[in-house]
Design a protein around this ligand. Structure first.
Ligand SMILES: Nc1ncnc2c1ncn2[C@@H]1O[C@H](COP(=O)(O)OP(=O)(O)OP(=O)(O)O)[C@@H](O)[C@H]1O
Length: 252
């Protein structure tokens, strides 16, 4: 039996009169890729934000590796090993790729996020080597000395992935990792994420592109109007008439 790395336990969240999340209970098992899908406004981003401490649930709890993390600050949750890769890459355009990856590597080592860590000499070469390793892993090693601003959209996402990986996540949360990408870049991203899957990394992925979801997910949870309407293996979910109805009735 594998363990639940993440357990979202009976979470509710309202914004004013709007119920963004109701009765959310789900478990992400060790080593799996767990997709969260649903029409626009279903509550996917709110759920992710609850998991990383950016939004406090009204009731319920989030348990990570057996510890309640509800109420902890985002950087504390990040230090525990929960890493989120954003829909819009959060990179430093005026730094080189290498420097971009070195900043979170220093943050992981020192427990605080500082741009001026790049001026530190202690441990600089070990951090540099580690950053190079992850740039190589995502296929950006050759461009390591170029400025991040010059990258294509797909490569910026890869860079952000390297910035996440250098933190050696226990749980990687990916928010629409292929949004706005060409089919070629999307397929390259699928291949990259498959590689991490083979290494046993636990991932949660929010994604609209069903080709990506069904290429990667071991389990799929479907949200609609803030509730879980289906949860199971990809094929079970795909054939579920309730899911089809939610998509037809929604914006997609
Ligand atoms: N800070 C907020 N204040 C008020 N309402 C919010 C806030 N954040 C989200 N909502 C509302 O909560 C509901 C769920 O939004 P959320 O962004 O979580 O959905 P989503 O499934 O991620 O949608 P999308 O696929 O469009 O990104 C929506 O009706 C949204 O308008």
């Amino acid at each position: 039996m594998s363990n639940a790395v993440l357990h979202v336990a009976d979470v509710h969240k309202s914004f004013g009169g709007l119920r963004a999340l109701s009765d959310i209970d789900l478990q992400v098992m060790e080593g799996t890729t767990h997709a969260i899908i649903g029409p626009n406004g279903a509550g996917k981003s709110t759920l992710l934000n609850v998991c990383i401490g950016r939004i406090a649930p009204d009731t319920g709890a989030v348990v990570f590796d057996g510890q309640v993390i509800t109420g902890k600050r985002p950087h504390e949750i990040n230090q525990m090993g929960v890493v989120r890769v954003f829909q819009t890459p959060e990179i430093f355009p005026d730094l080189t790729l290498l420097q971009n990856v070195m900043v979170p590597a220093f943050a992981k080592r020192d427990g605080s996020f500082r741009l001026n860590a790049l001026q530190l000499t202690s441990g600089q070469s070990a951090i540099r080597e580690e950053a190079e390793h992850w740039l190589e892993d995502v296929g950006l090693y050759k461009q390591r000395e170029t400025l991040a601003a010059s990258l294509s959209r797909g490569d910026k996402r890869r860079l952000e992935l390297a910035m996440g990986l250098v933190q050696r996540p226990r749980l990687l949360l990916l928010d629409e990792p292929t949004a706005g990408m060409s089919r070629h870049d999307t397929n390259a991203t699928i291949d990259l994420l498959k590689k991490f899957k083979e290494r046993g990394m636990t991932k949660v992925i929010i994604e609209h592109d069903m080709h990506v979801v069904f290429s990667l997910a071991d389990r799929v949870t479907v949200l609609a109007q803030g509730r879980i309407i289906a949860d199971g293996k990809p094929d079970e979910v795909r054939g579920n008439p309730v899911v089809q109805e939610a998509y037809l009735g929604g914006a997609h």
